[in-house]
Design a protein around this ligand. Structure first.
Ligand code: ATP
Ligand code: MN
Ligand code: MN
Length: 299
């Protein structure tokens, strides 16, 4: 029989049974989710999440204790990293060699969750074609005084613009205040060209509705407007991965949504570690077609 402090997780997908240490440890206070809740969540959404995560360099938000203040980002291999997690070396623009992490199988992914990873963030490319990105992200960041409904309207407006240049955009909540519009592109441009093209899209959108959007950083500029953050499209920048939880009290999830369903969401915070798995089992992955939807982004 298992020791009392260890509990075996068995998932439908036969995700290589992993042992969760300290399964009853609560995060973020006495009524917070347990470490086991997090592992069970990731086991149950693995079939949906992993296709969007495999082979992408990741940045992990780890919470080794139960306190939010002690969580931190980790994007390089670390002491105690589960042996199933892979790493690779690449040179940055200064010519320095840096080593990054990738998740290549379900075992590594669950081992990381067991190790205290709560958030998975990913690059807009795969390690196997590192310098030819395959996803563009527009991170819509609402400033003070912007309601969720306005974020949705802005997302739909940007969708129209992107479709107008022949692209097929997808949307997800972030688990925070905004949304991410994710656009699959064919692997033709390098990072600089792709970043520049994403800037051009953002600038054009902002110029068309100056009172609604900004493209310059800073909370003051953002007040009453939505910041179109296209800087996620630089080499080694990340955006939270589809289906990742966020390290906040009720563990909201960054949730892919169909454009039709986006309009019916009133409170994105309600999509979280308890509500999302049952929804997914009936609705399927709204991003199932994302890889077949890549189009050329013109420089
Ligand atoms: P929200 O909707 O609340 O803005 P978000 O995930 O979009 O949620 P942002 O602050 O806009 O939050 O950040 C966008 C992305 O940039 C994140 O998803 C994350 O991948 C990355 N990021 C932001 N801050 C950091 C950081 N300090 N270290 C590493 N990556 C970060
Ligand atoms: Mn954001
Ligand atoms: Mn941002």
């Amino acid at each position: 029989a298992p020791e009392p402090t260890r509990q075996r997780i068995i998932s439908d997908a036969d995700l290589a049974g992993i042992w969760v240490t300290n399964p009853t440890r609560r995060l973020f206070g006495k009524s917070g989710p347990t470490k086991l809740d997090i592992a069970v969540y990731y086991a149950s959404v693995g079939d949906f999440m992993l296709p969007h995560l495999f082979n992408r360099p990741v940045s992990l938000f780890r919470c080794p204790s139960s306190k939010l203040a002690e969580c931190f980002f980790q994007r390089h291999p670390f002491t105690g990293m589960p042996p199933t997690v892979k790493s690779f070396a690449t040179k940055n623009s200064e010519g320095e060699t840096k080593t990054f992490i990738t998740v290549e199988d379900a075992k590594a992914y669950l081992a990381l969750a067991q190790f205290g990873v709560i958030e998975y963030h990913a690059w807009g490319t795969h390690e196997r074609h590192l310098d030819k990105p395959d996803r563009v992200v527009f991170d819509l960041d609402p400033g003070e005084g912007i309601a969720w409904r306005e974020v949705v309207n802005a997302a739909v407006y940007l969708k129209g613009e992107l479709e107008g240049i022949g692209l097929v955009p997808f949307v997800k909540t972030t688990g925070g205040k905004g949304v991410h519009i994710v656009v699959p592109i064919t692997q033709k441009l390098g990072w600089k060209e792709m970043h520049r093209a994403s800037a051009a899209v953002a600038e054009r959108l902002a110029a068309s509705a100056k009172d609604a959007f900004v493209t310059t950083m800073g909370a003051q500029n953002r007040k009453g407007r939505i910041f179109i953050d296209y800087h996620r499209n630089a080499r080694s920048a990340t955006a939270v991965a589809a289906y990742s939880l966020r390290a906040r009290p009720h563990l909201p999830a960054s949730t892919p949504i169909s454009w039709r369903d986006l309009e019916s969401i009133d409170s994105p915070q309600d999509l979280n570690y308890t509500s999302l798995p049952p929804l997914l089992s009936t609705s399927g992955d709204p991003w199932a077609d994302i890889n077949e939807s890549s189009r050329d982004l013109k420089p």
